[in-house]
Design a protein around this ligand. Structure first.
Ligand SMILES: [Zn+2]
Length: 254
């Protein structure tokens, strides 16, 4: 029973470590694409800024045009009034009014001209930025798919591993799985470790000798008192180490 649990945990751990390794490699992709994306986003922002500015200038241009038309109407009616003046004083007043209106019209027309020139300049800028944005947008997409195809085998592998992990986890008893998950999360994907020569290989602390003995017996699921990782003992590993000790008598036993 304990052996089976340890084997299940070990299998989960193998899958989880590999998934984590691949995920950390894949997580680097956005960083690699950062420069390419930033170049695209910068020119996109410049484009929309120019478009907003164009709308603003266009509004001002239309307002100035309307004002010029209004002033032209006023001038026309002032000219009409000139034909019906009664005396010299009225005649001079009408002339002054017309003179003022002409000045206003000249000013307004100057504004219309300036706004029109500004609109043309902005249109030019928008078309440049649109072309750049398309170019950099495509370049980013190309970079992205290049990086993705470079890493295609990793994407495929992690997909397969995630499915395998999910299927396998479904076969593990829920209460055991949640125990495993708790330690895995706390201990960077290393939840089940060997006790070798009375040392927990997860945290490298010497465990109480009695615990090492109990782990060998595999009667219950035991955890390291220091790092809480689940412990197992590899008899073959211990035997090999013991054999190596005997062929090297010079080495002091510790
Ligand atoms: Zn430990």
């Amino acid at each position: 029973m304990v052996r089976e649990t340890i084997e299940q945990f070990t299998k989960l751990q193998t899958l989880d470590s590999r998934i984590a390794t691949i995920e950390s490699q894949l997580a680097k992709i956005p960083e690699m694409l950062k420069e390419s994306l930033e170049r695209f986003e910068k020119v996109e922002l410049e484009k929309t800024t120019a478009q907003d500015e164009f709308q603003q200038v266009k509004t001002e241009f239309l307002a100035a045009e309307a004002a010029a038309a209004e002033q032209a109407n006023l001038l026309a009616s002032a000219q009409k009034k000139l034909t019906s003046v009664q005396n010299n004083k009225e005649y001079e007043a009408a002339l002054r009014e017309m003179d003022n209106l002409r000045k206003n019209i000249a000013n307004t027309e100057e504004i219309v001209k300036l706004k029109k020139a500004a609109m043309e300049e902005l249109e030019q800028l928008i078309s440049t930025k649109t072309a750049e944005s398309e170019k950099f947008g495509k370049a980013y997409e190309t970079d992205k798919s290049e990086k993705e195809s470079e890493n295609k085998s990793l994407f495929d592998e992690v997909g397969t591993l995630r499915r395998e992990r999910e299927d396998f986890a479904a076969t593990v008893k829920k209460s055991l799985l949640s125990k495993y998950e708790r330690i895995r999360t706390a201990r960077q994907n290393l939840a089940v470790v060997e006790v070798f020569e009375e040392v927990c290989t997860g945290c490298n602390m010497k465990v109480p000798p009695q615990l090492a003995v109990e782990v060998k017996k595999e009667r219950e699921l035991l955890q390291c008192p220091y790092c809480q990782r689940f412990l197992y003992s590899d008899k073959k590993h211990e035997a090999e180490a013991a054999a190596a000790e005997t062929v090297k008598p010079a080495k002091k036993a510790s």
